[in-house]
Each structure stands twice: as C-alpha cells, then as structure tokens.
Design a protein around this ligand. Sequence first.
Ligand code: HAM
Length: 420
Amino acid sequence: MGVHIPRGTQDILPGDIEIWQYIEEKARNLCRRYHYEEIRTPIFEHTELFQRGVGETTDIVEKEMYTFKDRSDRSLTLRPEGTASVVRAYIDNKIYGQPGQPTKLYYIGPVFRYERPQKGRYRQFEQFGIEAFGSRDPAIDAEVIAMGVDFCRELGLKKAKPIINSLGDMESRKAYREALIAHFKPQINEFCDDCQRRLDQNPLRILDCKKDQNHELMKTAPSILEYLNEDSAVFFERVKQYLDDMNIEYNVDHTLVRGLDYYNHTAFEFVSEAEGFTKSISGGGRYNGLVEEIGGPDTPGIGFAFSVESLLALMEEEGITLPVEKTLDCYFVSIGDKAKEKIPSLLYRLRGAGLSADKDYLDKKVKAQFKGADRANAKFVAVLGDDELENGVINVKDLASGEQQEVALDQLVQYIKERL
Ligand code: HAM
C-alpha cells in the first residue's frame, strides 16, 4: 500500500502555485506601502506559548493543536496561528526597546490546526498576517482594517467586507462577563459540555459555540456594546470615524467575539456577502494585554491574518481568475547533433543575461520540441540547425506575431531582450 497525503493537507502544484505566488506578492506589496516589515518565526514553539497566548479555553488550544514531545521530553506545538509567535519574538529580541516604534511586522507561512477539513479549511494552511506593536492610537486600528480592505480589492474580491465590534477594555469585559453569566446560568444545563464548563471560566466563549448557536438564549444574549465604559466607547467611535473618513464600508456586529482569547477593544473579521459563503476570510483585532501575558513589558498590539486557502475559496465563489500565466522567454529547438551540442552554452548565456530559457532533454524529434515550446508558453523559439551553426546564425520565431528572423548567434540575447 502506498503512502498518501495526510487528511486536510494539500500539494500545491505548478499551474496552481503561480496563483499563490501572485497573492503572496500582493501581500508583500501591500505591506511595503503600509510600512510593515517581514518577520519569520519558527514553525514550532513551546506549547505553553499558545496555552497562555491563544487561551486555555479556546477551541484551538483545547482541541486543535498539533502537540508533541521532542526527544528531550519538551512539549512543542506546531503553531496554530502567528500572533503569539510574533509576540514572543518581539519580547525575545527586545524589539520593544528599539527606536522607531511602533513596530509593524508581517508574516506569510504555514499554520496548523486539527479542524474538520471542508471548503477553504485545511489542517495545514497559509496565513498572511500583520501585527503592530506599541500604539494605542485608534488610527492604527483603522489602518489595519483599511489594509485588509485594500488587499481584498487588489485581489478583485467584490463581496468581502469587514464586520467590526468592540470587546472593550478589562473593566468593560468584566462587567460584560458578569452579565453573560447571569444570562446563561439559569439554563446552562441545556447547553453543550464545553459551554457548561466555560460558563465560569470564560463565558464569552459560549457566544462562539457552534453546537449551541441556535439556542434561544444566544439570540437574546446581552450586547457587549452596552457594557463598554466611556473610554472604550470613545475608542470604538474613533475607529469608526477614521473608517468613515476613508469611506470604508463595514458592518458593526455586537455578537462578534472571535475564537482567540487575547482580544480587547477592536475585533473584526472579513466575511463575504456572497450567499452561502459563511466562513471568514480574515480575522483580527487589538490585544493590549498579550505582550505582558507572554512576559514582556506592557505594550499594546493589533493585527489580522488572512488565509490564502479561504481567499482562494472566495475567489472561486466570485468567479475571479487572477492574471497569472506561465511563460518562458525562449525555447531552443535543435536540428542535428552539432546544433544540439551547441545549445547548452547558448542557454547558459541567455539565463546569465536574465532571460528565462529552456530546451528539450529527451532527444525529441523536431515537431515534439516545438510542442515543448508551446507547452512552456514560450515567447520565442530559437531554431538551430547544423547549417546555421556553421554560419554563426540562428532562426528566431516570435510565437505571438509569427515573425521570423535570422539572427547572428552573438546578437541573440540582445535581439530577444529588445523584443520582450
Ligand atoms: P483566526 O480568525 O483564528 O485569527 O484566523 C485567521 C484566518 O485564518 C481566518 O479568518 C480564516 O480565514 C483562516 N483560517 C482559520 N482556520 C483555517 C483553516 N483550518 N483553514 C484555512 N484557513 C483558516 C488568527 O489566527 C489571529 N492570529 C489573527 C490575528 C492577528 N489577530 C491579531 N493579529
């Protein structure tokens, strides 16, 4: 029996990878414009980082992490998200002490969650995320949401929209927590085991429960927005005002609580208005206590993460095809043994000059070599016969226009470069 790919993972093959590269390039470009710099952290971290960072009572930590012991009996976990890792790196490398605050970072890389695989949802997926540390200015909250809006627009997504909420500061959260306990307690035995357990530990999580989402009490649950103290309410108003000033459309949804524990103040998700598309394509928010929680100085933070998989699912839904194509500048076809032996050095010259070029390596007949040029979507085919070789020339055909020209071998690079 063969060994096959693990459930919930995928191979991304040539033909598809160009789309991933296109999206990643757009992400990098976006970050350059908004002045976010790249950071790369390890794929695995000490398990404790996510327990403390993401939160003990979250689904991610309770049910979805890939945790293992290494040979020295340390508990390690494949990162289920990027924020906790970036916070750890921010502290470990004392980035908080460097000049040029706030620190604005981005990352693109795989993360791992043991979730039920479904459309746009995998067990290994790729997150593009940003994190900004060191500012309590609501303008950064608006900037982060604006970046997400720009990113969606650049990928051609028309139906993606931010929904936002405020989870308030510690004081507001405390008041809300008590209101939630009072609301759910009388009928908590009608809820799932997780909800029952979470009532006292973290009642906000009940609002995020998928099993009980249709329970009557869910619809009548109090709104966090009614429990915001003045500072939190003013903060949220400022964020919305900045978004309005930028003409950014959003919906406020007071039931949005997010699946990770570290959020306060602004929380948001990007969802699609396409019918039947219920999953978020991005989530994020402010996490002012997290750096301290992981052992650093009291530092505010905010960020988001998109997954490429969920973006691709929405693109498919919206019928978007990205302008990516495989191309090659020049494909060589040889007729005769001498010509065949000459081509490797010509290829070397073209490639050294920055052109993309290839040839057949399977001793194919001339017709099949031309097919190879077609398959590679070559812009030029350079045909070399033994006679041409003797005269120091080569026949170059522009496959788009059909134009053909005999070119001196030592002019080949220049000839193609001028016409690309
Ligand atoms: P999250 O909402 O857990 O947030 O994940 C962000 C995005 O990752 C989701 O909106 C969704 O598009 C995608 N995603 C989640 N699970 C899967 C999956 N199994 N397969 C494919 N895509 C998935 C976070 O991870 C936070 N760290 C975001 C953040 C950054 N908050 C502040 N800074």
